[in-house]
Design a binder for this molecule. Structure first.
Ligand code: AHR
Length: 315
């Protein structure tokens, strides 16, 4: 038996010996497209073990249809609650209604869903994606004094993370006559696509010497793009500024090396607050804020060190 399974079994036994029935919670996760997502999944699993929760984890591999299947299977198994980190915004109403009819509460983590009925879920625990875009663009506008030709790597099409970040970023650059996005394409939040798409954007822009900055909707795509910029004979971080979101562990060495310039932090530790809400609901609480906003810092060469050292010490 692995250490993890042993811990789960031990927690379950402890719960039973105290006469407490362990909670069973289904968690439909987007996938494992980024370092941020992987840390998020690990953090939810670790928190479940700590609390003696029987977590049924399902990786949707970036497909909404897999998430819908997983939610239906959680309903059929009569879980106590369901956590969903939705891949895209639209298309959730029917399956959320099925959960409601089965009296199984849903908590949304991270990306949003487009619903006109907020009684279909207890709460959403997530950052403000629009604000993340605002923070990224504000940093870039300050750094370039409002003069910058930008290429953009978008996240997953139709995801609220991509839509919100675009909205916030565009709102700020619209205030500067000489800031504009010259090319924009999705790289689906992955490092491999980030590299591939950046290669083609650099070619389309005549090699990239007129590009002032890359705005990537996450660090993972930025890290792939940094590779592409280097292979094109340019210096990421100075020839092309690199601006992204997440503050994953891997971006800190890149900031230290001067390859990446700034990242907007997004906390992956969403499991604890989600389980708190579910436990409170099961004890009878009913009035929940519909959006619990998770904040985050902005890290660049002036302030990354303390956070980087903290992460290194935790490893
Ligand atoms: O929805 C949040 C985004 O999804 C993260 O920024 C990205 O890394 C991820 O995969």
């Amino acid at each position: 038996m692995t250490k993890t399974l042993f811990s789960i079994a031990l927690c379950g036994l402890l719960a039973i010996s105290h006469g407490v029935q362990a909670l069973t919670i289904g968690f439909s996760q987007v996938g494992s497209e980024s370092g941020w997502r992987t840390t998020f999944s690990e953090s939810v699993k670790a928190e479940a073990i700590k609390r003696g929760i029987d977590l049924k984890f399902s990786d949707a591999q970036q497909k909404q249809e897999n998430q819908i299947k997983a939610i239906r299977s959680f309903i059929a198994q009569r879980v106590d609650a369901i956590i969903v980190a939705p891949v895209v915004e639209t298309g959730w109403k029917p399956v959320f209604m099925e959960a409601k009819r089965a009296r199984i509460p849903i908590v949304i983590l991270d990306r949003n869903v487009a619903l006109n009925n907020d009684s279909l879920y207890l709460t959403r625990i997530a950052p403000d994606f629009v604000l993340e875009g605002v923070k990224a663009a504000t940093w870039l506008a300050d750094e370039t004094k409002g003069n910058c030709a930008i290429v953009e790597l978008q996240g997953t099409v139709g995801s609220s993370a991509a839509l919100g970040r675009m909205e916030g970023f565009n709102k700020i650059i619209a205030q500067h006559n000489n800031m504009r996005i010259v090319r924009s394409q999705t790289a689906e939040f992955t490092r491999a696509k980030g590299k591939e798409v950046m290669e083609s954007l650099l070619k389309a822009e005549g090699g990239g010497s007129d590009i002032c900055a890359l705005w990537a909707h996450n660090d993972e795509m930025a890290l792939g793009a940094i590779q592409a910029i280097k292979e094109a004979g340019l210096k990421p971080g100075s020839d092309i500024l690199v601006v992204s979101v997440d503050a994953v562990d891997d971006i800190f060495p890149a900031i230290k090396a001067g390859d990446a310039n700034v990242t907007v932090e997004l906390s992956p530790h969403l499991g604890g607050p989600a389980f708190d809400v579910i436990e409170a609901y099961l004890k009878g609480k009913r009035d929940f804020e519909k959006w619990v906003v998770m904040g985050g810092s902005v890290f660049d060469k002036n302030n990354y060190e303390e956070e980087y050292n903290k992460r290194l010490a935790e490893q």
